[in-house]
Design a protein around this ligand. Structure first.
Ligand code: SF4
Ligand SMILES: [Zn+2]
Length: 468
């Protein structure tokens, strides 16, 4: 199910056929709409629409363009409206130095006042930014420093982490700017601009960031995607935006929809937590989540947190037995490969891996093992000969070529486990053709040296996985 997180359904361009537009979108699979106000009047209208349709949610706020026209008491009204049960955010608020319809200092003042409301109400924000990324970043940073508890919910069974703080809608900055926003726990989203041939930076951002940080929007009636560019936009076209994002991300439409819906759940509380899964599909591969135990504790790993990957919940309460794993696979032949992965180290359950892998091979499937490479230490023997004939390919997390840094990243004895991991890679390469060592692209790791080490010294494939 698709979610249009930014659609101005009250706009007068929809006056003649508003209900048809909404139903057309619902028929296209859009099951939720977030309608942001741009001033007090449209915030009321957004709420009225949310009362009429179960699928519609409202955001209330004053757009930077309108900040010059603000009347006495408007900010107070926005605050009052934010208590309505279908208001999920403060927005759209922000800065627009492109049109400069309002003086910059006035825009900044109104932006700050509304960020204060978001903090008081512990609500996320929907931020408009145009040619103003530096000041937007500055003000958001200043807000977080001033209100460190904004969006700090008490720990839940799923997470002890800060909830996301908002979204930079139709993000107008570089990839580097987007990273800064993500580090501050904001998401980014793009409407139809993604489909415009001349919009290079949005496409670069949308193909570089992990999908976990992005959402879908149309910004209708503006920003219609190709092939409707220049015409009135409508929420049914969010499917075209999703299709383009899938292409840029190298994911399936199903992956985009599932992942962005989960992000909306985390940010706006719309929808429900997905139920935990043993087998989960991404692109045309099936991943097997057979344990949450691991001998390491990587600082970037969300194993003990929410453990959600592209909208799949991996927080299984108990380890499935071999029969349950096999049952969850179905027909292994329909997938490109079946991968032992998940938030845990599969070789901790080596016997289960071997039994399930044998069944997959007997039933015409292909098997990949994703591992930290510590299987020999964990099982106190050389496990490689036992994998031969059962596993077609192996991916090993290299993380770093420096043992000390490796130990720090993974929370283990760096010297001992780094040696074990490299030995495992060298051994596995003797028997299995398709071996890859991966690193997660975090700032402190030297990617090029890692590539050289993997390709020249170990002689296997190298892959750099994105962190953000
Ligand atoms: S080795 Fe993998 S599962 Fe284990 S803590 Fe690190 S990232 Fe998480
Ligand atoms: Zn808008």
């Amino acid at each position: 199910m698709l979610i249009d997180t930014h659609v101005h359904l009250y706009d007068k361009q929809f006056d003649d056929d508003r209900d048809e537009v909404i139903h057309r979108a619902i028929d296209e699979g859009v099951h939720a709409f977030i309608v942001p106000g741009i001033d007090v009047a449209t915030s009321h209208e957004a709420i009225a629409l949310s009362e009429k349709y179960d699928e519609i949610y409202a955001a209330v706020g004053i757009h930077p363009h309108e900040s010059v026209r603000i009347a006495n008491g408007d900010i107070e009204t926005i605050k009052k409206l934010s208590h309505h049960k279908k208001v999920v955010a403060i927005g759209e608020i922000g800065l627009d130095y492109h049109y400069d319809f309002s003086p910059k200092d006035q825009q900044q003042k109104i932006f700050r006042q509304q960020l204060q409301i978001a903090n008081e109400r512990n609500l996320p924000v929907i931020v408009h930014n145009r040619k103003a990324v530096d000041d937007t970043r500055l003000i958001l940073r200043e807000t977080i420093a001033k209100y460190p508890d904004w969006r700090n919910f008490p720990p839940t069974q799923y997470s002890n982490d800060t909830a996301p703080r908002g979204v930079l809608h139709c993000f107008d900055g570089t990839l580097e700017d987007a990273w800064d926003m993500i580090k501050m726990k904001f998401h980014v989203s793009f409407p139809g601009i993604l489909t415009f041939r001349n919009a290079r930076e949005p496409a670069r951002i949308a193909s570089s960031l992990s999908i976990e940080h992005m959402m879908l929007e149309t910004d209708a009636p503006y920003m219609a995607p190709a092939p409707h560019r220049g015409k009135r936009n409508e929420p049914a076209y969010v499917r075209l935006v999703a299709g383009k994002l899938a292409e840029l991300q190298g994911l399936s439409l199903e992956d985009i929809v599932r992942s962005t819906s989960y992000t909306v759940f985390r940010l706006f509380g719309i929808g429900t937590q997905p139920s935990p899964k043993i087998a989960y599909k991404i692109r045309n591969s099936l991943y097997l989540n057979i344990t949450r135990r691991c001998n390491a504790d990587c600082y970037f790993c969300d194993r003990k947190g929410e453990a959600v990957v592209k909208g799949h919940n991996l927080r299984i309460e108990k380890e499935p037995d071999v029969e349950e794993i096999i049952e969850s696979i179905g027909n292994p032949k329909v997938y490109d490969e079946v991968v032992f992965c998940g938030y845990g180290e599969p070789t901790i359950r080596l016997d289960a891996v071997k039994q399930v892998a044998r069944w997959i091979k007997e039933n015409g499937g292909k098997v990949r093992l994703n591992t930290d490479g510590h299987g020999d230490v964990i099982n106190k023997r050389n496990i490689v000969p036992e994998l031969v004939g059962l596993v077609d390919s192996v991916s090993i997390s290299l993380n770093s070529i420096d043992p000390e840094q490796y130990g720090k990243i993974m929370g283990i004895d760096g010297e001992r486990f780094h040696r074990a991991m490299v030995d495992f890679a060298r051994e596995v390469k003797k028997y299995i053709n398709d071996v890859t060592m991966t690193i997660v692209d975090i700032a402190e790791v030297d990617v090029e040296s890692a590539r050289k080490f993997v390709e020249d010294e170990v002689g296997v494939n190298f892959k750099n996985r994105q962190y953000f």
